[in-house]
Ligand binder design. Structure first.
Ligand code: NDP
Ligand code: GDR
Length: 383
């Protein structure tokens, strides 16, 4: 007899991690359900390659309308889907924006986790449904220990991090109070070509590509001294799954154990297109100037100058509007526990991650450039 397919429910399926996780679980033979929000425009770009026509029977990828701020929708979906595993990835995930929308962030990111845990309890699924909470290195905020591990005290520095701290502890509490299999993945920053355009890595790879093609003059950034431990989202979703396959629920730090500054990320990204950026000046007067342009080996194996900018051009400036009222200056994770207990190690280096992101954004920028050259308006939006 065939063993029945495992059923997973992913909140935030239209986001970066949701898309990678859905693809990963489908590859493992799961029936995958995702919760998407109603939007006035299509918001499924990242998962369109997984889409299955709703008119076809026996789909293994199904989307449901719902919202983390709406308990009734969550209870209805959990009841209908009867999931073996819930991955709670949905969130207002932008730290900077959380200072502008603190109440909504608390509602979606903090109480959202509670609503899902309660849905499991109300429906009597405590013994069936395993729960993953997308916790974050932002919990460490003003860091109390370097590197940060599972036992490092939290000191959140934004409405986002404070909301996520509630979600972290309510997950631990439901595990202890009701014996639920519920765990926290304390994930350090992870990126990819489908990272949201307003997070700093994607903002950089996108802008550098557009500057190289003459579509944009300058990249405006906030605190370029911030240090982050950046990994690849594709590697990190595998760990989210692994955490739900253990004998006992537990919480794990997931990180690479290496950190770089935002400034270094700019240098690495520009280098991929043959551009050397050198930083000069201090504070708000700091700029990044092009000091060298070298040919890059193109897809045909020929040496080609890709960048249209000139030596001497200032292509990076500071814009204080991107400063945060309270900043997280440094994050560096210690993933020893995940390595020992889950047998997990990140596969992608930062150099490989930067390359993949730049290739993807440069390809999109080339398409935008063709559109512009054909006389169509190429709109751009900076944030
Ligand atoms: P994204 O911002 O790319 O995706 C967030 C997802 O949540 C989107 O699908 C979004 O929908 C959805 N969403 C937002 N608000 C609601 C709501 N009220 N109800 C239902 N869905 C909602 O985030 P990532 O994929 O990068 O991150 C996934 C999770 O992991 C998040 O919880 C994030 O806070 C956390 N995290 C992320 C890290 C990272 O470095 N990427 C590190 C540590 C934790 P829509 O597409 O419609 O906007
Ligand atoms: P972060 O990611 O806040 O770490 O949260 P982000 O990429 O937004 O910022 C990283 C660092 O870069 C600095 N920075 C800028 N950031 C943005 N977005 N835009 C800028 O122009 C800019 N200039 C400098 C920031 O100040 C910060 O220090 C991400 C999110 O995915 C969270 O959901 C997740 O929990 C954490 O990572 C781990």
């Amino acid at each position: 007899m065939q063993t029945p397919k495992k059923v997973a429910l992913i909140t935030g399926v239209t986001g970066q991690d949701g898309a990678y996780l859905a693809e990963f679980l489908l590859g493992k033979g799961y029936e995958v359900h995702g919760i998407k929000r109603r939007s006035s425009l299509f918001n499924t770009d990242r998962i369109d390659h997984l889409y299955q026509d709703p008119h076809v029977n026996n789909r293994n990828f199904v989307l449901h309308y719902g919202d983390l701020t709406d308990s009734t929708s969550l209870v209805r979906i959990v009841q209908k889907v009867q999931p073996d595993e819930i991955y709670n990835l949905a969130a207002q995930s932008h730290v900077g924006v959380s200072f502008e929308e603190p109440e909504y962030t608390a509602n979606a990111d903090g109480l959202g986790a509670l609503r899902l845990l309660e849905a499991i309890r109300i429906l009597g699924l405590e013994k069936k449904t395993r729960f993953y909470q997308a916790s974050t290195s932002e919990l460490y905020g003003l860091v109390q220990e370097i590197p940060q591990k599972e036992t490092t005290p939290f000191y959140p520095r934004s409405p986002y991090a404070v909301a996520k701290m509630y979600a972290y502890w309510i997950t631990v509490n439901y595990r202890e109070a009701y014996g639920m299999y519920a765990c926290n993945g304390i994930l350090f920053n992870h990126e990819s070509p489908v990272r949201g355009e307003t997070f700093v890595t994607r903002k950089i790879t996108r802008a550098i590509s557009r500057i190289a093609l003459g579509l944009q003059d300058c990249l405006y950034l906030g605190n370029m001294s911030a240090l982050r431990d950046w990994g690849h989202a594709r590697d990190y979703v595998e760990m989210q799954w692994l955490m739900l396959q253990q004998d006992h629920a537990d919480d794990f730090v997931i990180a690479t154990g290496v950190q770089y500054s935002v400034r270094q990320f700019v240098e690495f990204a520009a280098k991929e297109l043959g551009v050397t950026v050198t930083f000069e000046g201090e504070g708000e007067a700091e700029v990044g100037r092009v000091t060298k342009i070298e040919p890059i080996t193109n897809a045909k194996g020929e040496a080609e100058i890709l960048a249209k900018c000139q030596v001497g051009d200032v292509i990076v400036k500071v814009d204080p509007r991107y400063y945060r009222p309270t900043e997280v200056e440094t994050l560096l994770g210690d993933p020893s526990k995940a390595k020992a207990k889950l047998g997990w190690t990140p596969k992608t280096t930062l150099a490989e991650l930067v390359k993949e992101m730049v290739i993807s954004d440069y390809t999109s920028a080339k398409r935008d450039n063709l559109v512009k050259q054909a006389g169509f308006q190429a709109y751009d939006y900076h944030e």
